[in-house]
Design a protein. Structure first.
Length: 353
């Protein structure tokens, strides 16, 4: 029986090259299909459509230039929307549409270092600065001066900004109500549900700073593994591919320095005492499946509020309620606005009932 000859070094090398080329080609094909699926997703295309806001500019006390947009009629009740960490104005798109269609004057702004707002002056991303930014936007929008007080709504870091603002200002001077959406005011990393097994390790301040303050670059385009990781970390079970991919684009576009510095500020944050300063009716909204700021945070805030206006826990919802449950969130905000509207501003028909 003839002995089978073994392949030589050249044959082995050639086979390895062919295998590597095949793996790269297969990976490229998967990536192409992934990007085509996103581009064809109806939710993604709807969320990417221009919102058509009117520009508004504000300057924070430290000189940071902030970009905002106004939507809806100028004579409507004002609602000010503050987005969260690594987000932009367009994150509120579905909610803006609902509130605008209901006749409200909606003001949404980019946090410092996010979207079209400038980087924090001198690299300052302390939570107190975010609170000063909110005051600057409220002033630029004219609320509490030539206009009646607004309803202020914040998601995640935007809600933390509201708490920081309330600590150093009189909330009732510019706002008649507030809503805190998917947020916490301290112990963020140790309380999250991403990887419960390492919660004890993450209690260490240095570890939480490493996690939230990471400056690692992100791929400039969507990848299947990155989309899957974002879905697991930030979204509930019913979120669409378009929802996740839309936020992924914001995350990728957020400058690394702003992302990291804001993350460090959140890792160091302890604003639980600021709840006592929210002396206006305040609604708290949580996602039942939020792994980043679990509902326990919302329950603690609602319990300590001087003027609680309710606690809403949205089922099958992660950290991104404005994208995942825009209708339910908008309905809750509209009820808050209706219930806190000054009697003199109520429609005549309603007053006569």
């Amino acid at each position: 029986m003839a002995r089978r000859s073994r392949p030589g070094p050249r044959a082995i090398a050639a086979a390895a090259v062919v295998g590597a080329v095949g793996a790269v080609a297969a990976g490229a094909a998967v990536q192409r299909r992934h990007l085509r699926s996103i581009a064809r997703d109806e939710d993604y295309r709807r969320l990417r459509a221009p919102l058509g806001g009117r520009p508004l500019h504000a300057t924070s006390p430290d000189g940071t230039e902030l970009y905002a947009e106004i939507f809806g009629p100028d004579d409507g009740d004002t609602v000010v929307l503050a987005h969260g960490w690594t987000e932009q104005i367009s994150f509120w798109g579905p909610v803006i549409g609902r509130l605008r269609d209901d006749g409200l004057r909606v003001v949404a702004y980019d946090l410092r270092g996010h979207g079209r707002s400038a980087s924090g002056a001198d690299g300052d991303y302390a939570l107190e600065r975010f609170g000063e930014d909110l005051e600057a936007v409220l002033a630029a929008a004219g609320v509490g001066a030539e206009r009646e007080a607004a309803t202020v709504v914040g998601h995640s870091l935007g809600a933390m900004s509201i708490a920081a603002w309330a600590e150093h200002h009189d909330p009732g001077a510019r706002a008649r109500a507030a809503a805190l959406v998917n947020t916490g005011l301290g112990d963020l990393v140790s309380g999250h549900l991403l990887i419960p097994q390492i919660a004890r390790f993450l209690n260490h301040p240095r570890a939480s700073r490493l996690l939230l303050g990471a400056r690692a670059p992100l791929p400039p385009f969507s990848t299947p593994w990155q989309l899957a990781l974002i879905r697991y970390a930030a979204f509930g079970p019913t979120a669409s591919m378009g929802d996740v991919a839309f936020y992924e684009r914001m995350l990728v576009d957020c400058p690394a320095d702003a992302r990291a510095a804001s993350g460090v500020a959140m890792s160091d944050m302890d604003l639980w005492h600021a709840v006592a300063s929210l002396t206006i009716p305040t609604l708290v909204i949580a996602g039942a499946d939020d792994r980043l700021t679990p509902p326990a945070h919302a329950r603690r805030i609602a319990q300590d509020l001087p003027e609680p206006a309710g606690l809403v826990e949205l089922a099958d919802t992660g950290h991104m309620s404005p994208l995942e449950r825009p209708d339910e969130l908008s309905d809750a905000l509209l009820r808050l606005i209706r219930d806190t509207r000054p009697a003199a501003a109520a429609p005549a028909a309603a007053q006569g009932r």
